[in-house]
Design a protein around this ligand. Structure first.
Ligand SMILES: [Zn+2]
Length: 676
């Protein structure tokens, strides 16, 4: 125990990160650690400070991170472990399985900094030549298809997803994209910081164009063109809050309708270049956006498009090029936008890329070494307890009619629980990896993934598929699959601790399971039925009662300050806030049921109920840089960690009781919100 704390203190000291070493075993931190508690804080006044105050003191944000919290730290430990796997897999002396060979060679190509430096911008040259050879906009579709396959998001996005109306079918999706700033709002916000960021963005685009060989004047003029095109596209893009309404993103077009929407764009040529059979149905998520694409195609010269495409090409590939590109990319996207002071060491960037591009090959090794059947069984048991709690909770709800309750139960029973890793692993044998040619390796791996996505169009849905890799420290609910997914990476201490008793485990992982389950019934998820179809199964009155109860939560969170004068956008974070509240409540009920009749004793001076809530809060210990808070206020549907804890417990009388709080104290809200 003491040694582990020493390790966590050691890795927290900035400057000592250079001594990172690959791990062969993962460190252990208990689900509830009393040393992280700040006893000078009053739990009834600021529970987050009470439960996490000392964690935050012991764990300052490392210079290469924008945020540092329990999830980020566990992710870092996983990365050290994956690094060990990759070092071993990259040794050509060892006997390697085909997967180990693939991930090892990709990692070695990424780590070969000398080769990357020697290559400079040369690997981009074939695509730059193609852009240079464009004579008119008729050549755009084929060129866009090629760069889209390799990961560029220029002008728009094209891929596949489940039909909102029939979740058993996969159809083509054409979506809004094509911006270099993290959100459409960045192009229009008028506050001083936003104006400053736009000026720095212009500089950054010009820097990148200069690195591609433009004169300073040409680069500056080019950056202005990029800004004009992106601003027009941003203006026609939906806000993030609008995008929470699935009806606003569902416009199923025939090919003829799509052609009529964008007569200046030859979709047949685009699909031919993708090697795709022209799809029968295309969900044009934002028709107004494509109207603007049409307007821009008509209005702009081919010279303007060449500039725009060169920027988006170099922006997409900057991280795989030589250091001037990597540095400029870091300076804007990490330093300016997120406040990060140091670049992540190369090994971290390379581990992340293997996870992104060959994630199930790497994850298969990770899961086989770290994830046990016993953990899977316990997580599934906990899930079934929490589903049972939701069932009972639904039955008791006073605001919902029997008709809607019946449908809600069907949906609840239809949720599939996926734990650990996929039943069948992705086969990467078609991806060719060659050491010493990193950018091309990335392009081949990304193209493989793009083609895999496109190949699903017109085929039945594969329910075994995962959207997160096994080492990922995160979880998700998918409304169209109607499944909840918990990768092996998130079922580790301190989040899920096999050595601990139930109270903190239910508070932490139990609340996460409840959170994902509740997503099926939040402002967005409730609009899909048990089969994952967009269909209204609510009576009018129940729907309006839900909206009213949800408004209580969004009003509550909208009052919290993120940083300076920026408040939480409670409409953006509504789904997550409702899930946090519902999830914690469900976990509490499930824990009470699971331990019914047991004589639970206080441990370390805390009652079992107090330990449930401290365990619940200690997933969220951490902090982030002010710049990152600003960015998240615009883009992140999750509230800052502090409010994900205090905002929840302040709505739970069970918490007030556990800590003997008095009416009127901050963690005892009057008119507490409750949805589920
Ligand atoms: Zn969530």
């Amino acid at each position: 125990m003491r040694r582990i704390l020493l390790i966590s203190a050691f890795i927290a000291i900035p400057g000592l990160f250079a001594q990172d070493q690959p791990l062969t075993t993962l460190p252990y931190t208990p689900a509830l650690e009393t040393k992280f508690i700040d006893r000078s804080a009053d739990p009834c006044v600021d529970f987050y400070k009470f439960a996490c105050g000392n964690w935050n003191k012991l764990n300052p944000i490392p210079p290469d991170q924008a945020r540092w919290d329990v999830y980020a730290k566990l992710n870092y430990e996983n990365q050290l472990y994956l690094w060990g796997i990759l070092q071993q897999s990259s040794s050509t002396n060892a006997t390697r399985t085909p997967q180990q060979q693939k991930i090892g060679d990709y990692f070695a190509a990424c780590m070969d900094e000398a080769a990357v430096e020697r290559a400079g911008a040369k690997p981009l040259q074939p695509r730059l030549d193609e852009i240079g050879a464009l004579k008119n906009t008729a050549g755009l579709p084929a060129l866009l298809a090629r760069v889209h396959l390799e990961g560029s998001d220029a002008l728009f996005g094209f891929g596949s997803s489940q039909d909102f109306a029939d979740s058993s079918r996969v159809i083509a999706f054409a979506s809004a994209s094509g911006l270099g700033l993290p959100d459409r709002d960045y192009y229009f916000n008028t506050d001083a910081k936003s104006v400053e960021i736009r000026a720095k963005y212009l500089n950054h685009v010009a820097t990148m164009l200069r690195l591609l060989g433009d004169s300073p004047q040409a680069a500056e003029a080019g950056a202005k063109i990029v800004m004009e095109i992106e601003t027009a596209l941003a203006k026609a893009s939906l806000t993030r809050v609008d995008k929470r309404d699935p009806y606003k993103l569902f416009h199923k077009y025939t090919r003829a309708q799509l052609a009529a929407l964008t007569p200046s764009f030859d979709w047949a040529a685009y699909w031919t270049a993708l090697r795709l059979t022209p799809p029968l149905a295309i969900n044009v998520t934002e028709p107004n956006f494509f109207k603007e694409v049409e307007g821009q195609l008509k209005a702009r010269s081919i010279q303007d498009w060449k500039t725009y495409l060169r920027w988006h090409l170099v922006n997409a590939d900057a991280n795989y090029l030589s250091s001037p590109f990597v540095q400029a990319n870091f300076d804007f996207y990490s330093k300016t936008l997120r406040g990060v002071t140091e670049m992540r060491p190369r090994w971290k960037r390379c581990v992340s890329l293997v996870d992104r591009d060959l994630g199930e090959a790497l994850g298969q090794v990770f899961a086989s070494r770290t994830f046990t059947g016993a953990t899977k069984d316990r997580a599934l048991t906990m899930t079934s307890h929490i589903e049972k709690a939701m069932e009972e909770e639904l039955a008791q709800l006073t605001w919902m009619s029997p008709a809607t309750k019946k449908q809600a139960l069907v949906k609840l029973h239809g949720i599939a629980n996926k734990v650990g890793y996929p039943d069948k692993w992705r086969d990467y044998s078609a991806v060719e990896i060659i050491r010493g040619d990193f950018l091309t390796d990335v392009h081949r791996a990304v193209t493989f993934e793009s083609r895999r996505e496109l190949a699903k169009i017109g085929k039945p849905v594969d329910h075994s598929e995962w959207q997160m890799t096994p080492p990922t420290v995160n979880a998700y609910y998918d409304a169209q699959m109607n499944d909840i997914n918990f990768p092996a990476g998130v079922l580790q201490p301190p989040l899920y601790d096999p050595k601990s008793d139930d109270a903190p485990n239910y508070g932490n992982t139990g609340a996460t399971i409840g959170h994902e389950l509740t997503h099926g019934f939040d402002d967005e998820g409730r609009q899909f039925d048990a089969k994952g179809n967009l269909r209204d199964w609510w009576t009018k009155q129940d729907a309006s009662r839900f909206v009213q109860r949800a408004a209580c939560v969004s009003d509550q969170y909208s009052q919290y300050t993120v940083v300076d004068d920026i408040k939480i956008n409670g409409k953006l974070t509504l789904g997550e806030d409702v899930a946090d509240l519902g999830g914690t409540l469900l976990a509490y009920i499930a824990w009470k049921a699971a331990t019914k009749g047991l004589d639970l004793k206080p441990i370390d001076g805390f009652t079992p109920e107090q330990r449930f809530f401290i365990g619940m809060a200690q997933w969220a210990c951490g902090d982030e840089r002010p710049e990152n808070k600003r960015l998240n206020a615009i883009t992140n549907p999750h509230s800052p960690n502090e409010f994900r804890i205090n905002g929840v417990v302040a709505n739970m009388p069970e918490f007030g009781q556990a800590f003997s709080c008095k009416t009127g104290q901050p963690m005892m809200r009057q008119n507490a919100c409750r949805v589920w």
